[in-house]
Design a protein around this ligand. Sequence first.
Ligand SMILES: C[S@@+](CC[C@H](N)C(=O)[O-])C[C@H]1O[C@@H](n2cnc3c(N)ncnc32)[C@H](O)[C@@H]1O
Length: 278
Amino acid sequence: MPRRPIQHPHGRKPGPPRSNEKAAGVGCGWDPVAAWYDKLVGEAGSDYHRNLIVPAALRLLDAQPGESVIDVCCGQGVLVRPLLDVGVGRFTGVDASPRLLTAAQSRHGNDPRVVWVRADVCKTGAWADASHDAAACLMAVHDVVDVAALFSNIARALKSGGRAVFVLLHPCFRIPRTTHWGWDGDQKIQYRRIDGYHTPLEIPITIHPGKNTGELTVFHHRPLAELLTALGHGGLSVVACEELYSHRRSQASGPFSKAEHRAAEEIPVFIALKAVRG
Ligand SMILES: C[S@@+](CC[C@H](N)C(=O)[O-])C[C@H]1O[C@@H](n2cnc3c(N)ncnc32)[C@H](O)[C@@H]1O
């Protein structure tokens, strides 16, 4: 599929970070924002990890005792404990950020079943060695610059027939700065407004808005067709898909709250895909 040019919807031109910006980049992943992310995710995962992302990943991965599982873009290691708890024989965490890998190591000790690898997952490397039964990639598909390379490297990391599970923000409904909640007072409906979808976007995300720390990440929006096609080209066939709906509910009552609950039940936050290496 020919790549369309990246649009910069907020007047932001491509290029290196400005002088006061510490952008999470290709070479070191989220290293510039590692302290913030480690605190956000903590020991057991963020609220969304605990309630939606990790349960869906475990369901779809269906890891068996003794299996080898690789977590691609593992961050500070949110999947280590749940996978060791189901008895996997080997856990490999790969990430580009030295600080997040250090946080992962310090959180999870020196368990002999766990291996940490620092690598840019958009480049082929020794980690993609066809030795794993399953791979996970949580909340990172929208962070990597080259998704085609990510998918084909994950396929290379798997044994033939190996499973790969991806959980990401739903590309149809959750595009930063481009999709928003709206309120229709006449019909008492909370709706999701989608201002764009078809055009791939590169969206800078400021970590501490208002504090002017200059720390940011870049979110890469790609439409679903582009993601699914890249999975196929990478050698991964999609066999299951779950759309994940927010567990969060406001404590308020009245028509707004009713509409909010209905919207939460109708419009997903994340998409989880399971694919198999042919
Ligand atoms: C939002 S975090 C998700 C981390 C973890 N999977 C989780 O759910 O907590 C995205 C991760 O992708 C990593 N990352 C981004 N681009 C990368 C690349 N090209 N190579 C390796 N890691 C990368 C970042 O360092 C960061 O740890």
